[in-house]
Design a protein around this ligand. Structure first.
Ligand SMILES: NC(=O)c1ccc[n+]([C@@H]2O[C@H](COP(=O)([O-])OP(=O)(O)OC[C@H]3O[C@@H](n4cnc5c(N)ncnc54)[C@H](OP(=O)(O)O)[C@@H]3O)[C@@H](O)[C@H]2O)c1
Length: 258
């Protein structure tokens, strides 16, 4: 019997690249994102190319009820999730006080609350079976505060801390949690965030980032940062005083000049 992987944010970018990796390894897929037409296109493409079943669940994860609705729909369909990929996420640029409060709250809901709720719901049956894998997509933004993208950086620091802690709690249970920290990656993310970071020598392709995450997940690694340059810059960021790294991030985010 084929295993099932659930991927949030599966319609494009890193999430879309994950769909191909799982399908190539024979997993059936549950694809979650808002854009129903695009999800159907991905499901049709992947299904035909790899001979697997791809079920779509169009959901807006800013809705408080979305994670439970996803879980309940899969229970009703008797689909057991073997792998959970919490990838959906977004950010935006601007001074905290000048942006609408609702945008901040929506970011918290998608990047943090939905991720926690999906993890909680799908982890329980995995623990009963003593088998399962969870991957949470954080970011190198987790390693320093990020003025002018304050909520995004804070949300990724949360994901990083939560997910690494969970990995340790799960040791010996048969279930693993892996945190993936991409650096700047080519996708729709920056355009949507109001940033122009599509250039730069350290930019990685979404396909490469997903492959690194996939490998770490399958090896049960608790944490991986994508790419040598991101690994090095993250180590430096962790070693420097927070005040300094915060100022550097402020400069980069305010002027968006990298
Ligand atoms: N790109 C980077 O440089 C970078 C760096 C570090 C970390 N990351 C993280 O990597 C993850 C994937 O980002 P990406 O670069 O692949 O960005 P992307 O191309 O913008 O893709 C984001 C995905 O999330 C889905 N999504 C966004 N808001 C959603 C919502 N409210 N409800 C449900 N789904 C939603 C989008 O689909 P719909 O629009 O159809 O809903 C899309 O499938 C994110 O967690 C991001 O924070 C990205």
């Amino acid at each position: 019997m084929k295993k099932w992987a659930l991927i949030t944010g599966a319609s494009q970018g890193i999430g879309y690249e994950f769909t191909k990796l799982f399908a190539a390894d024979g997993y059936n897929l549950v694809l979650v994102a808002r854009d129903q037409a695009r999800l159907k296109q991905v499901a049709d493409e992947i299904g035909a190319r790899f001979g697997i079943v791809a079920k779509i669940i169009p959901k807006d994860l800013t809705a408080r009820t979305a994670p439970k609705e996803i879980f309940d729909e899969l229970q009703t369909d008797k689909i057991q999730i073997d792998v959970l990929i919490n990838n959906a996420g977004f950010g935006f640029q601007g001074a905290f006080s000048e942006l609408e409060l609702q945008r901040h709250l929506d970011l918290i809901q998608v990047n943090m609350t939905a991720l926690v709720e999906l993890t909680y719901l799908f982890l329980k049956p995995m623990l009963v079976r003593r088998e399962g894998r969870i991957l949470n997509v954080a970011s190198t933004a987790a390693f320093q505060p990020g003025p002018y993208m304050a909520m995004y950086y804070a949300s990724k620091a949360f994901v990083y801390s939560f997910s690494c802690a969970l990995a340790e709690e799960l040791s010996g249970t048969g279930v693993t949690a892996t945190t993936l920290n991409p650096g700047i990656t080519r996708s729709q993310f920056h355009g949507r965030a109001g940033l122009q970071r599509s250039k730069g020598f350290a930019i990685m392709e979404a396909e490469e980032v997903a492959k690194i995450g996939y490998r770490a997940l399958m090896n049960g690694k608790p944490n991986v940062t994508a790419g040598l340059i991101n690994k090095l810059s993250s180590s430096i960021a962790k070693a420097l005083p927070t005040r300094l790294t915060t100022r550097i991030a402020a400069r980069l985010n305010k002027h968006d000049d990298r």
